[in-house]
Design a protein around this ligand. Structure first.
Ligand code: HSE
Length: 332
């Protein structure tokens, strides 16, 4: 399987590392050899945590997306519009499968892109777009495929959870905790997307599409971030026997209305989500036959995100072809 990687930041470099260090295992598990034929990023000379060797370099990722020697394009550029969008669209229109970690792109253009893919039997996969290493979309699409889902509740942003945990447990102030999260590679290029709840909203919109079969609709999500929270708020919450978490929630009312929110919520200490700290993400899913299922793990960072990206590559190598959102995109 010949792979082109568009974007060589934290995540792109970690994907290269994973493919290089676990290549033998991936071959055993899929019967295919994984080969990176080309990569693309703006600056070839930037210091990176991966070996480029003699892999071809493209300055323009949309050129990479159309190369004859690429079967699957991994898009880790980011952003809903511009070059990331063009790269994914070009790849699909040129008969390439696409694996992306780009939640903004999928939340905004995912349905149209999935329609393009599904019309010609290509795979568009984006497990890494929601909660890093945590296989939450797979859980919804596959493990819980037989259930009607009534609610989702999740800690969807590692940066915010890290900041709140550090403020609560380490007495660190907001700015210092954010700087730590940035330094560890958890935050978005513009960290306001994390802090203001936008990143969580993108992820919630994608999960909602898979869980409830409704097209992602960012406008229907009430969004409030964590910037107004003070150490006093966190102390008060602790005195009241809980903590404050930025939660993304979606609840289906008996009338069929879907209520979607991203906001700081008081979570009592005896709830599982209260014990999810640092960069960890977790999602609690309620299905009518399965009951409550909780998935949890590292929600951000290069290696965690690479794990989900390469799992999607493994599915493609095994020949699995699924509707991106679990139902035909034309039906969303
Ligand atoms: N900035 C995101 C987060 C990265 O902190 O969760 C993973 O989507």
């Amino acid at each position: 399987m010949r792979i082109g990687i568009a974007g060589l930041g934290n995540v792109g470099a970690a994907v290269m590392q994973l493919l290089q260090s676990n290549g033998d295992l991936l071959s055993v598990r899929t019967g295919k050899k994984f080969e990176i034929t080309a990569v693309s990023a703006r600056d070839k000379n930037k210091a990176r945590n991966c070996m480029l060797g003699d892999i071809d370099w493209e300055t323009d990722p949309s050129i990479l997306a159309a190369r004859a020697d690429v079967d699957v394009v991994v898009e880790v550029i980011g952003g809903a519009e511009g070059i990331a969008h063009k790269t994914v669209e070009t790849a699909l229109k040129n008969g390439k499968h696409v694996v992306t970690a780009n939640k903004a792109l999928i939340a905004v253009h995912g349905v149209v892109l999935a329609q393009i893919a599904e019309k010609v039997g290509l795979q568009l996969s984006f497990e890494a777009a929601v909660c890093g290493a945590v296989p939450v979309l797979k859980t919804l699409r596959e493990g819980l495929a037989a259930n009607r889902i009534s609610s989702l509740r999740g800690i969807l942003n590692g940066t915010c959870n890290y900041i709140l945990s550090r403020m609560e447990q380490g007495g660190v102030d907001f700015a210092a905790a954010l700087a730590e999260a940035q330094q560890k590679g958890y935050a978005e290029t513009n960290p306001r997307n994390d802090i203001d709840g936008i990143d969580s909203a993108n992820k919630l919109a994608i999960m909602v599409a898979v869980a409830f079969g409704r097209a992602p609709d960012l406008d229907s999500i009430f969004v409030e971030g964590i910037a107004a929270l003070t150490p006093n708020d966190l102390r008060d919450a602790r005195m009241r026997g809980g903590c404050i978490k930025l939660l993304g929630t979606a609840d289906l009312t008996p009338q069929g209305e879907l209520i979607q929110r991203v906001q700081p919520v008081f979570v009592p200490h005896n709830e599982a989500l209260a014990r999810v700290s640092g960069v960890l993400n977790a999602v609690e899913i309620t299905g009518d036959f399965a009951g409550k299922i909780i998935v949890q793990g590292q929600g951000a960072g290069g290696t965690a995100t690479a794990s989900a990206i390469v799992a999607d590559l493994v599915d493609i190598a095994r020949g699995h072809r699924d509707c991106a959102f679990g139902v035909a995109a034309s039906a969303l």
